[in-house]
Design a protein around this ligand. Structure first.
Ligand code: ZN
Ligand code: ZN
Length: 334
């Protein structure tokens, strides 16, 4: 069964019709473990990449940089899943063997104790995701003329300053193409010698679903935001915890998505402007550590299976320039 958003608690444009002018559609992606191919939209799947095009690299890492080999990270995840799936011990604990405990401890060591070291030289980027316009309706508004496929690659280490706010996260590259132009697809993508474990995606298939979103309150005129606050307070007085709130229940969907509005719940609103032309940028992609929150938890509720954790269990977002898709994108962590 494909995950989908449950019915909305209420239509916020009934008490606040002026929000209709602020509505944006977003496509929730709902990535779940699967076996996608090069012709599928996916997170962590193989890309439809031209065999004769150089695979992008990152040269920012000195020899000796600590990381974990992807096969070790996968071993760690398998082991965790096995242990969690087992019956608990009589006192309710996880049923590890001593060997498993030792192996898990070694594989989940603190960053400076990561088990593997970079041998030096540029590292190939990691295929994070690809999205076909035919699968993800909100992608069409961002696609340069003729393009119908967006591919996202990243360098899976935290120590890049890839964003306007002096934040550190993976270095990302976005590629737009026309799928029909890839006459001869690359047979096998390069495997990385090491990664930061939380940036290694599991192969996931998508269940794209279009929803309507309204802006983070700081984008709204102050007077309107204040009225929404007052409405929320009155609602809460009557219903207590059961009252839906604007931020987490009625405006912004959590999870991986294309388009829609950007949340600034961990900081305050920071408007993102294009480096090249100064135009205010627009949210293209949200990479999220979770797929649920507030009233938006999809049904059936299955734990996210991308394997990816960004920031402090947060979101990593790509913003693009609406004036010119060729202008460089910017990333922001939240
Ligand atoms: Zn890098
Ligand atoms: Zn621009």
């Amino acid at each position: 069964m494909r995950p989908s958003t449950p019915y909305r608690p209420l239509d916020i444009t009934v008490p606040f019709p002026e929000l209709k002018g602020w509505a944006r559609t977003a496509t929730r992606l709902h990535p779940r473990a699967g076996a996608p191919g090069t012709a599928d939209s996916s997170v962590g799947g193989p890309l439809l990449w031209p065999a004769d095009e150089a695979w992008p690299e990152c040269g920012a890492h000195a020899a000796g940089t600590p990381g974990i080999a992807p096969e070790r990270e996968r071993r760690y995840r398998r082991l965790v899943r096995e242990v969690y799936d087992r019956p608990r011990t009589p006192d309710g604990g996880l049923a590890y063997s001593a060997e498993e405990r030792a192996e898990l401890d070694a594989l989940s060591a603190a960053p400076w104790h990561r088990p593997d070291r970079h041998g030096g030289g540029p590292l190939p980027l990691l295929a994070l995701a690809q999205f076909f316009v035919r699968d993800v309706p909100d992608l069409a508004r961002f696609a340069p003329a003729g393009a119908d496929l967006l591919q996202v690659l990243w360098c899976p280490f935290s120590d890049h300053e890839d964003g306007p706010f002096n934040e550190f996260g993976p270095y990302t590259r976005l590629y737009w193409r026309r799928a029909a132009d890839v006459a001869e697809p690359l047979a096998a993508r390069p495997e990385l010698p090491l990664v930061e474990g939380r940036y290694l995606p599991e192969p996931c298939e998508l269940s794209p679903e279009r929803v309507v979103e309204y802006p983070f309150a700081d984008y709204l005129p102050e007077e309107l935001a204040a009225r929404i606050d007052g409405w929320e307070d009155a609602f809460q007085e009557r219903l207590g915890e059961a009252a839906p709130g604007y931020q987490y229940d009625l405006s912004l969907a959590p999870g991986w998505k294309i388009g829609g509005w950007d949340s600034w719940h961990k900081t305050d609103l920071v408007r993102v402007y294009c480096d090249a032309c100064g135009t205010e940028m627009r949210l293209l992609l949200t990479v999220d550590s979770y797929d649920s929150g507030g009233s938006w938890g999809p049904y059936p509720l299955v734990a996210p299976s991308t394997g990816i954790k960004v920031g402090r269990d947060g979101e990593y977002r790509a913003f693009v320039c609406p004036a010119d898709p060729a202008h460089p994108h910017r990333m922001s962590m939240q």
